[in-house]
Design a protein around this ligand. Structure first.
Ligand code: NAD
Length: 259
């Protein structure tokens, strides 16, 4: 992995660290290649990774990501800013590549469909009015949900928004889809599952409603308005996001460090 780029969060510390990494790596005969990188080094935190992921979606097959952490919390990063020399030593080693599922979402209105990808989660969320929607698993009707919305995630996003709303934290290596309710309404006239639903990754989750007025589709840190949409389909995509691990960190250590 000799061709690389760096991406940073935009704060002074991350910019300075990026400059130092670039200069040090060029001295070690690595090449900065903005168009065709093999390695994306992101300096910042989990949000920096999400931005890099969306910016380089088209070349995901050819790149791997490694993170250096300068923020307050980092789940995805393997090194802290204080460990930058260790990173520069390790970078000559062959990394272990860890692949993560990427979610795909299509939003339909009567005329067109729009298509997006997400690493952490896809959420349909309405904080203005009760959102009613029918959930289908593949083509089978499952339930009618009423409440604020639903969050659909895979393994990587299980520790993000999903965890905050009572979803299960999933250990790496498991491919799946998880649907978690956001403030579901449960009383004698309205009841949905009321618990996270974990399914095999081949199932497509379809959400249909007569009105998604005021609702948002949030995919990672991005969002669109759903006012003219009546059907949303979420599934596991063919894309994979790859982490390059130049040192070993157990998932339990990551969980302990963050939570
Ligand atoms: P951000 O980048 O500031 O992230 C918000 C928090 O979520 C940060 O503490 C970040 O470290 C953590 N985070 C993000 N992805 C994670 C992951 N995969 N595992 C563990 N922690 C993770 O905020 P943003 O720029 O809006 O980023 C969007 C992401 O932040 C969303 O995809 C969502 O999962 C997460 N988020 C979580 C909550 C919540 O838990 N209540 C609220 C908003 C956003």
């Amino acid at each position: 992995m000799k061709r690389f780029i760096t991406i940073n969060r935009g704060d002074e510390e991350s910019k300075r660290l990026c400059k130092y990494i670039r200069e040090s790596m060029v001295k070690k005969n690595f090449t900065i290649d903005e168009k065709n990188p093999e390695l994306i080094i992101y300096v910042g935190g989990d949000g920096t990774l999400l931005k890099a992921f969306h910016e380089y979606l088209d070349i995901l097959d050819n790149v791997s990501f490694v993170g250096i952490h300068t923020g307050t919390l980092g789940f995805s990063t393997d090194y802290t800013a204080q460990e930058v020399e260790e990173f520069l030593e390790n970078i000559d080693n062959e990394p272990v590549i860890e692949e993560k599922q990427v979610l795909e979402v299509e939003c339909y209105n009567t005329h067109t469909s729009k298509h997006y990808y997400a690493l952490n989660e896809v959420r349909v969320e309405n904080i203005v009015k009760t959102q009613a929607m029918d959930l289908y698993l593949d083509s089978t009707y499952f339930e009618t949900f009423r409440g604020n919305g639903v969050c659909i995630s895979a393994q990587y996003g299980s520790t993000a928004y999903n965890r905050s709303i009572g979803g299960a934290v999933i250990y790496p290596g498991l491919e799946l889809l998880q649907v978690t309710e956001i403030s579901g309404i449960h009383h004698r006239h309205s009841r949905s599952l009321g618990a996270p639903l974990i399914m095999n990754p081949n199932i497509q989750v379809t959400l249909k409603s007569d009105s998604f007025d005021h609702a948002l589709l949030c995919y990672d840190h991005l969002h669109i308005h759903l006012d003219d949409i009546h059907e949303i389909r979420v599934r596991n995509s063919d894309k994979r996001m790859k982490f390059a691990h130049f040192k070993e960190i157990s998932h339990i250590d990551r969980l302990n460090a963050l939570f």
